[in-house]
Design a binder for this molecule. Structure first.
Ligand code: 2HA
Ligand code: ZN
Length: 274
């Protein structure tokens, strides 16, 4: 099987291009990773060439020997659809989950995303808490969410509640809520530790003044989650541009009725009295 013809590879490329078209990936901004299933690895193994082992910058023992499709560091999302073999790569982790080697892609050299530590640590948390069902981690520079990190208190409760209020579908799409990482230096293990801690509880983490991470089972749900949160943020930015306070909004008891009707659990910590 030709590597690029495989369905998960096509799904990865389409999602990256959808993100580019949304305007979330200026220059080399953002990154995407997919935890490949063993039966998918088996189908494309014939295309592999093994590079040398290098440090991942972290340790993810529960992902030992797994394979990931990831965007390349410094690569532009807008080029992925044209030159996937130059822009993305597949990596294999060693038996301790400490080192990786490139088995496909980045044909003109390079390394996996600068946020590899965050991607791997988020995958590890999600693999363990989702009974192995989560496979996608996505980081994007979503304009409206970033704008809100300058005007809302950087608290999980506030972001979750304000974004839930902006569109009735929101509590149904992200019932667990949103976690906030205060401003930190990107590209390393510290921010990966902070983000993966939030991923134990949430599928969405916002990096103040930087962007957002979402996690999901597949490309559709993970992209859809990013899209829903960012659209809600866009509505909030528009609302705040018209007036500083709301004339009316969805009330805590209305959220409770919504939760019942749509069979989701909405943690009470987000339904505080204002
Ligand atoms: O440039 O988005 O966070 C890639 C990034 C780093
Ligand atoms: Zn970024």
């Amino acid at each position: 099987m030709r590597f690029l013809d495989e369905e998960f590879v096509q799904g990865f490329i389409r999602m990256a291009n959808d993100g580019w078209r949304q305007g979330w990936h200026e220059r080399n901004g953002g990154n995407l990773s997919y935890r490949v299933r063993s039966e998918e690895v088996a189908k494309i193994k014939g295309n592999f060439q093994t590079g040398e082992w290098r440090s991942t910058g972290t340790r993810v023992p529960d992902l030992a020997k797994e394979f990931f499709l990831v965007t390349g560091s410094g690569k532009y999302f807008r080029n992925i659809i044209l030159r996937p073999e130059d822009s993305i790569c597949m990596i294999e982790l060693d038996d301790k989950g400490e080192k990786y080697r490139i088995v496909w892609g980045l044909v003109n050299g390079g390394t996996p995303t600068s946020e590899l530590a965050s991607h791997l640590m988020n995958h590890e948390v999600k693999k363990l808490t989702s009974d192995d069902s989560y496979h996608v981690i996505y980081h994007a520079h979503t304009t409206n969410v970033i704008a809100l990190t300058f005007v809302l208190p950087l608290r999980d409760e506030v972001f979750t509640r304000e974004l839930w209020e902006m569109a009735t579908e929101c509590p149904v799409v992200f019932p667990d809520g949103i976690g906030i990482v205060p401003w930190m230096v990107p590209g390393g293990r510290d921010i990966a530790v902070a983000t993966s801690k939030l991923m134990k509880e949430y599928d969405v983490a916002i990096w103040a003044h930087h962007g957002m991470f979402t996690a999901g089972e597949d490309f559709d749900s993970t992209f859809g989650l990013m899209h829903t949160v960012e659209k809600s943020a866009e509505i909030l930015v528009k609302m705040l541009s018209m007036r500083s306070n709301k004339l009316q909004t969805i009330q805590p008891d209305e959220f409770r009725s919504l939760a019942k009707a749509f069979k989701v659990t909405l943690p009470e910590k987000f339904l505080y009295k204002k």
